[in-house]
Design a protein around this ligand. Structure first.
Ligand SMILES: [Zn+2]
Length: 176
């Protein structure tokens, strides 16, 4: 795994004006992260950089899919994602203000690693609610869920746990 990191963009050596970089993200990208909640995916990333005297404006355009478990049936599927993000690299002194979309780097910096940004944008682009397109869930699981959703009347009256406590129980169980 010692190949050149294509996600290192030139900074000090980059000429003023517009530059375009393109990347094809695949499983190797996620495998290269220390920890990734996504393992598989195919995402095209187009990065337009506008290099000015004291600032680089990075415009990211992501489009593709990542493999995630379905919230409804738990089978994995390819969730479509797309996202556009701007990031600003200011060239200057270190104590200037930074934020989620601004970083300050030395004007002498050779290269800047955009890999963490690309990863973050992919993760942010995954919707909170991840389900198969309508009708494509695992039919066996859906049938089972439908059966569970119609409980017997007496069960409901006596044995129900306050949903707030049920939620706490789940937290405990998931805690490692
Ligand atoms: Zn599903």
């Amino acid at each position: 795994m010692d190949k050149k990191n294509e996600f290192l963009i030139p900074v000090s050596g980059l000429a003023l004006g517009s530059h375009t970089f393109e990347y094809e993200i695949n499983s190797d990208f996620f495998a290269g992260m220390d920890y990734s909640e996504v393992q598989q995916g195919k995402v095209s990333v187009k990065l337009d950089i506008d290099r000015q005297e004291t600032m680089l404006t990075l415009h990211f355009d992501l489009n593709g899919s990542v493999r995630v478990p379905c919230d409804r049936c738990a089978d994995e599927f390819d969730q479509h994602i797309e996202s556009q993000q701007d990031f600003f690299l200011k060239l200057g002194t270190e104590n200037a203000e930074e934020s989620d979309d601004v970083a300050v780097v030395s004007p002498d910096l050779n290269e800047y690693d955009i890999r963490p940004l690309v990863y973050e944008y992919i993760i942010l682009a995954i919707p909170m609610h991840r389900v198969h397109p309508e009708g494509q869930c695992n039919p066996a699981v859906i049938e089972m869920l439908n059966r569970e959703e119609a409980p017997a009347e007496e069960e409901e009256a006596t044995d129900t746990i306050d949903p707030r406590w049920a939620a706490l129980k789940d937290i405990k169980l998931n805690d490692k």
